[in-house]
Design a protein around this ligand. Structure first.
Ligand code: TPP
Ligand code: MG
Length: 304
């Protein structure tokens, strides 16, 4: 998990450096990795649009193709047509069909329905932003998932902002409290603590796999960057940014690994350098790849 959190941090930084319209996920690594780590390959991941590259990579996506996707190259998984949204479909990642927030919730619930219908024991893990929980799709999907006991784990990636709006200005009650309204378990967890996130998600996954239905998990962290890379996010108080960036999920994990003697400082540095080299190699290759052209918009790519 440490390695993957570093992968996310470094990959996102490189994407932001090259693409001003990238949606930075720094600060949210403990949620991204903690929620999706350790799933079976046949489980289905339906990640939020912010920070999904590490989730694709944990499921086997090629970092080079991810880098190409961030640069709009023809070799990206989306063939250069969309940036983070489209995951590799053959890795059981629910692809987004548009930038319309909330639609992935219904697709994830539908995937869970198909598993239940066929009597499988896979689960679907969905993550959505705090703002996205206010779409009608959220209510409709969670209610039906609860009634039909679908194998769906909903993780709210609460970074406290929807573009420039703080959560408190659009949502009156704690998101986790909604679980009671659906009659499902709801757990709030520190979204800067990867082990805590992983533990609650793993328990919800086990419950869903047993056939006991969905769970709602609210993981609270902070969006370190702006809504997108070019957003300076001047609508936020500097003290708030300061307070939260001091709670770096990667530093928190590294401190624990050092305290418990799991890794030495030298080993931590070695992991970091390895990941930096891997991401740098991915981008230097992707930069030479061809840009998306009309061929990628051809009829063969529109109709199945
Ligand atoms: C249905 C819909 N409404 C509005 C938007 C514009 N929009 C894009 S990102 C965003 C903020 C979403 O906030 P949240 O769900 O908290 O995710 P975050 O960006 O914080 O990861 C909005 C409103 C959209 N893409 N789709
Ligand atoms: Mg948000």
């Amino acid at each position: 998990m440490h390695r993957w959190m570093l992968f996310s941090r470094i990959m996102e930084a490189e994407c932001c450096r090259r693409n001003p319209r990238w949606f930075p996920a720094q600060g949210e690594e403990a949620i991204l990795v903690g929620a999706f780590f350790g799933l079976r390959p046949d489980d289905i991941a339906a990640p939020h649009y912010r920070g999904p590259f590490v989730i694709y990579a944990m499921r086997g996506a090629d970092p080079r193709r991810l880098a190409a996707q961030a640069l709009g190259k023809a070799t990206g998984y989306s063939l250069g047509r969309s940036v983070p949204f489209t995951g590799p479909a053959d890795l059981n990642v629910v692809p987004w069909v548009a930038g319309d927030l909330g639609t992935s919730i219904g697709v994830a619930a539908g995937a869970a329905l198909s598993i239940a219908y066929r009597g499988g024991d896979q689960v679907v893990v969905l993550s959505v932003g705090d703002g996205t929980t206010n779409r009608g799709d959220f209510h409709e999907s969670l209610n039906l998932a609860a009634v039909w006991k679908l194998p769906l784990v909903v993780v709210v990636q609460n970074n406290q902002y929807s573009i420039s709006l703080h959560l408190s200005s659009v949502t009156a009650a704690p998101i986790v409290d909604r679980a009671a309204g659906y009659g499902i378990p709801g757990v709030a967890v520190d979204g800067t603590d990867v082990l805590a996130v992983h533990e609650v998600v793993a328990a919800a996954v086990a419950r869903a796999r047993r056939g006991d239905g969905p769970s709602l998990i609210e993981a609270r962290a902070y969006r370190w960057g702006g809504h997108w890379a070019a957003d300076r996010a001047l609508y936020r108080p500097a003290t708030e940014v300061d307070e939260w960036t001091r709670r770096d999920p990667i530093t928190l994990l590294e401190t624990r690994l050092l305290d418990q003697g799991v890794l030495s400082q030298a080993e931590i540095e070695r992991v970091r350098r390895t990941v930096e080299a891997e991401v740098a190699a991915a981008f230097s290759q992707a930069e030479q790849d061809p840009p998306a052209g009309w061929e990628q918009l051809g009829i063969g790519e529109v109709f199945a």
